[in-house]
Every structure is written in structure tokens, then in C-alpha cells.
Design a protein around this ligand. Sequence first.
Ligand code: 3PG
Ligand code: MG
Length: 394
Amino acid sequence: MMKTIDDVAVAGRCVLVRADLNVPLDGDRIADDGRIRASLPTLATLISRGARVIVCSHLGRPGGRPDLKYSLAPVAARLAGLLGQEVDFPGDIVGPQARSAIAALRPGGLVMLENLRFDEAETSKDDMVRGYFADRLAAPVDLYVADGFGAMHRKHASVYDVPLRCVSAVGYLVQAEVAALRQLTADIQRPYVVVLGGAKVADKFDAFGDLISKADRILVGGAMAFPFLAARGLKTGTSLLEAGQVDAAARYLELAAPGPIELPSDLVVATEIAADAPRRVVAADAIPADQMGLDIGPESAARFAAAIGTAGTIFWNGPMGVFELAPYAAGTRAVAQAMTDSDAFTVVGGGDTGAAIRALGFAGDAFGHVSTGGGASLEFIQGKTLPGLAALET
Ligand code: 3PG
Ligand code: MG
């Protein structure tokens, strides 16, 4: 069994917490602070026990070099507000400023490092490159705490290589995530309905290979639907579509014939992603060449909601449309509403999906579990070994 932060003495010790504070930003305004709030129990506990806390995270995909658009500075400020204490933000990762901030840390104090992905070594495919960066991150550390569940499916330096070098434990968030998501890996209450959407199609497409054999129904919306519609020979207009995925979608449809993959039969389309763009509902086989699908249509939303209503277990990752703009939020709202109306065990996973339910006014406790990880929860429920968990077991 993995050690938790309750199994180790932390007073006076230097504790590095790998959190996932990758929150959606709107300029430098935090659009949803759910992942920061989800990190509070572990951080507050370590602080109250007199640890010298360093917290680190990535934010977005800055591509291996500093880019102020992706600075964690606004996150450090929000964390300070939520904790009600100062958060020292030196502005680098393993450089001289971070080193001196860490040296000055007092028991109960907290330093937040700058975005780990400002260094290309964090995400490098080269073990040596990651290892060297991990050595530098680990140098001042007495204990590593894994609490960034949303990033644990990434074999990145701070997720995988640092815990190989340190005494390590899991934080409360990872503990809760693993306990809840385990219920989707054995003795699943059927029918098992999976709802997949969102925009990170490439990352998540593989999941179909496994879920086709596990789920009774897979309801597909968001940008995830377009490769499948294209594979059926339909025109998708200017919708977000990665051409390479159409062949894979065709194979999945063939594998799954006649079910469990269910696609939208109608869509809300517009010429651009804008709340005031003229929009209309069209059948999925009648998307105009100059328009893009921005939400599932009302007929699809009702059909998906009905399918959810019959389920014994529901896992949902990825919004059904551009929920950030009110005219394209109805599909996402319908799925969330059907899940909260259901007596099934319901799991919502993902940074964006969690943000979506909060933005649409749903309470987190109306669901069985709200996971902070999208890709991570999706890999976990397929029974894959997450690199971040594997590193803790070695
Ligand atoms: C997420 O938002 O899914 C996690 O923070 C991981 O981010 P990534 O997909 O950029 O690795
Ligand atoms: Mg995300």
C-alpha cells in the first residue's frame, strides 16, 4: 500500500507537493479554481503540521520555454487567498531565486515554483534529460507528496522521476481519487454508460479501444464526435477535426457495430466560436460547409439524457460543446442534469468538465465523484498503470 501524508513525520521537513493547478484562465483571470481548492486539504494539513512546503505544477502547454501567458503567478495569489497565508512566488523553478526562497522557508511556510513546463526537461522523452531536471527539483526535498492526480498519466519529470528519487507519499486528493475511481475498475453496476466529449481528442481517442468492450453504451459529443461523423461519410463543415483520427474512428465503429458507440444526430452550428454568431440546429448529416458544430442538438441531448437515465454507472469526461458560451451550453447542461437526476454511481472527470458543471451551477456533491483528472481518470478506468502511481510503488 502507498504511504499517505498521515504515515510520515513532516514537521520541519522540506516537502515538495506535485499538485495539478492547471486551471482554465481567461487572460490572467482564473475562470475556475476547482483544482486549487481540491489541493487545499493536503497543503493546509502539511502547513498545520509544520512542514516547509514547496508546491509545484504545470499550467497549460507553454512548449518548454517561459511564456508569461502561462505563469502560475495568478494561481499563487489565489492560493494565498484561499489558505489565508502568504505564498512566496520566486518566479523560477530550480534557479537561484527558487533556491533562496526554499532556503528561507520556515515551518508552516509555502513556496510556489513557476510553471514546470517553462523547462523543456519536464516533458522530455529523454530519461536522462528528465532525470537531470528531477535531480535539481529533488535536491532540497525530504519528502515528495504526489497530489496532482490530473497529471499522473504523464511520464514527466515532476510526476515520475522525482518520486523515484525521494521518500514519497500520496496526498489526500490522490487518495480520494484512487478510492473513487477504483469502483469503475471492478464489479461495475450495469448498464455502464460512458459519455465522452471535449476538445483534447488526440489524447483520449485510444480509450475507445478499451471502453468498447467494457461499456454498454458510449455517448459521444463535443469535438470527439467529428472524427466519427466523418468516418460515417458525413461532412463536418469547419468543425474541429483532426484528419488522422477519421481512420481510427472508422475502425472503432466497425469494432463496435452495431453499438455501443452513439453519435449526435443533430448539432448546433455557427460560422464561428462566438456567442453572438447566428446559429441554428441542423441534422448531423446536414452540416453546412461554412459552419462548425459547437454543441450537440436538442434531439441528441434528450437521447443522451434518456440513456443516462437507464444507467447503473455513468462516467463522463469532456463537455458536449463550447459550454463557456451560453448558446452552446445546453448539451453539456443536459448531460449534467441527467446525471444528477440519476440514482446511479456517477463520476465526472476532467479539468474542463469539472469547470463546466460548476459554471453551469451544479453542486459537486450532486455527483458520486468529481475527478480533477480527465485524461488521468480515463486511463485509470481502463486499468492502465499511471506513471505517477507506478513511481510511488517502486
Ligand atoms: C489536464 O488538464 O488534463 C492535466 O492538467 C494534464 O494536462 P496536459 O493534458 O497538458 O498534460
Ligand atoms: Mg484539461
